[in-house]
Ligand binder design. Structure first.
Ligand SMILES: Cc1cc2nc3c(=O)[nH]c(=O)nc-3n(C[C@H](O)[C@H](O)[C@H](O)COP(=O)(O)O)c2cc1C
Length: 110
């Protein structure tokens, strides 16, 4: 069995809907185990956004300045075959929750 970890963030659920539609063939296939990890900022981003709140998120997003995240619940004993990271573009950059996840795990130069 192939084990897949899907790391994602979503505010309105749109990203999760797209994810579910994309991964449906794998959900229905017993050869795959899909585990999900929702990345949650400690202070949730507002929704709906006010004009000011929306543009106030611009510097942190574009400069990859991380926010604090809730503790990640990953079973580190599982040796995943594949990790899929799902994120939204914010201001043509990686959304803050996922860039914070990258930074936390030192996955790149974020
Ligand atoms: C602060 C902010 C900036 C965004 N910037 C972009 C963008 O540059 N390009 C784009 O296609 N969508 C942009 N979006 C839309 C998001 O990518 C995404 O589609 C939307 O937030 C819904 O995702 P979610 O509900 O799954 O989090 C932005 C959304 C937010 C909140």
């Amino acid at each position: 069995m192939k084990k897949v970890l899907i790391v994602y963030y979503t505010q309105t659920g749109q990203a999760k809907q797209a994810l579910d539609a994309t991964l449906k063939p794998f959900e229905d296939n017993k050869n795959y185990q899909l585990d999900y990890l929702l990345v949650k900022p400690k202070n949730a981003f507002p929704y709906p956004w006010s004009y000011t709140q929306f543009f106030d998120a611009f510097p942190e997003t574009v400069h990859g300045i991380p926010c604090e995240l809730e503790p990640l619940s990953i079973d580190t004993s599982i040796n995943y075959d594949l990790v899929v990271i799902v994120y939204q573009p914010w201001f043509l950059s990686i959304c803050v929750p996922i860039s914070s996840f990258y930074k936390l795990l030192k996955l790149n130069n974020y």
